[in-house]
Ligand binder design. Structure first.
Ligand code: SF4
Length: 391
């Protein structure tokens, strides 16, 4: 069967920076290797002695046969004193575990086509996606395979394509694009539930384009009740506290930098308010991001592509939208607190915020479910309330 492989240029442009990496993936991860690789590593003349201590048999299955042993700093036992991987240096890529061979490369299947991507939990991948020029050129290659697949429902295809168009509409602030996507997801949800025909999504998309062109979308956005500071602060602190429960490991020290920046926002009584975070966003972060005008549109484009929005986990289209807004909101808060602490934002700081957030998000297996529950409890259960996170 003839199918496609879709590869964005950020995948082609990416290259691991090894020992120059600010948060190496060779730290703090339980890397599992299969039985064959375990045996080959033990049989390799230059690796066998080290492998006796750097590998531990777990024998959970043929695929999960052994695990890399980490030292007291969480470093993989195969790293040398220059922080370079000795398996890669002495035996080549073939002997690396599947995770080491592929990370941060990922892919998802849709209608039998493969869509390649990168994980934002790798700092260099984040830099490539968010900051490098021409990161979003796509090439399509023909491949053959006979795997079965489930066809994507028409509502999901339309919602995905229209979302990207609304977010990337030229000259439109990203907040207005997100407002339009929220409205589109309400209609999409009704189509997914069988209450409306799929043509309702086309009609709504056209309507939203007109509303954007004649300024009514802006009015709509500005008309939302923005007096939800307490709820927003609650959402932010609940999410941050939950991410704080991640086990110590990779990314932890960088996560602590965010925690310290949050604490530094406290007033005389050590109280942190959304008002102070918003002020830091407006007064310091936004001017510092003037050189990176496309930062959030790149991020949201990547988000839609990488997560196949709105078919995210088992969420409904409206839930997927609310989780997307929570991610956007958290990142904006991170940038604001770091900007306040540093009195500006370097490229390093921007990558810190996105990479640390996504590393921690990725380590929560039930992230999206928790996020939806948190939003429900925090009175962000409908479109009008969730859009206040953009204010
Ligand atoms: S996190 Fe990315 S850049 Fe850093 S060592 Fe791993 S693959 Fe390389």
């Amino acid at each position: 069967m003839e199918k496609s492989l879709i590869r964005p240029s950020f995948v082609t442009q990416f290259s691991c920076i090894g020992s120059d990496c600010e948060d190496s993936c060779c730290y703090g991860w339980n890397i599992i290797i299969d039985k064959q690789s375990y045996k080959k590593t033990l049989a390799h003349k230059e690796l066998k002695s080290l492998a006796q201590t750097a590998l531990k048999k777990v024998k959970k299955s043929e695929q999960q046969w052994a695990q890399m042993v980490l030292d007291s700093k969480g470093a993989c036992g195969f790293l040398d004193d220059k922080q370079l991987c000795q398996i890669h240096a002495k035996a080549g890529e073939d002997l690396l575990s599947h995770t080491c061979k592929t990370y941060p490369r990922m892919s998802h299947m849709k209608d039998g086509d493969r869509y390649e991507s990168l994980s934002l939990s790798c700092p260099e991948a984040a830099r490539t996606i968010l900051l490098k020029p021409d990161a979003f050129q796509f090439e399509r290659m023909t491949v053959n395979h006979h795997r079965t697949f489930k066809a994507t429902p028409i509502w999901a295809k339309k919602a995905h394509d229209y979302t990207i168009q609304l977010l990337l509409k030229p000259e439109q602030p990203i907040e207005h694009g997100l407002t339009a996507v929220g409205i589109l997801m309400k209609t999409t949800e009704r189509v997914a539930n069988g209450e409306l025909e799929s043509s309702a999504i086309d009609d709504m998309f056209q309507q939203l384009l007109s509303l954007s062109n004649n300024g009514q979308l802006k009015q709509h956005f500005e008309g939302f009740n923005k007096d939800t500071e307490i709820h927003k602060m609650h959402a932010f602190t609940s999410m941050q506290l939950w991410l704080n429960t991640n086990k110590a490991g990779r990314g932890r020290s960088r996560f602590e930098q965010i925690n310290q920046a949050i604490c530094a926002m406290g007033d005389g009584d050590n109280k942190i308010s959304m008002g102070r975070i918003n002020q830091a966003w407006r007064d310091v972060a936004l001017p510092a991001l003037a050189e990176h005008q496309t930062l959030f549109s790149r991020y949201l484009f990547y988000y839609c592509y990488h997560m196949n929005f709105p078919q995210v986990d088992a969420l409904t289209p409206s839930q997927a939208f609310r989780v997307m807004l929570l991610d956007f909101f958290m990142l904006r808060c991170y940038l604001a607190v770091i900007a306040a602490q540093k009195q500006g934002l370097s490229e390093h700081d921007i990558i810190l915020c996105f990479q640390v957030y996504h590393t921690n998000r990725q380590h929560k297996a039930n992230y999206s479910q928790y996020a939806v529950e948190l939003l429900d409890k925090g009175q962000f259960e409908d479109l009008a309330s969730i859009l206040t996170l953009l204010a």
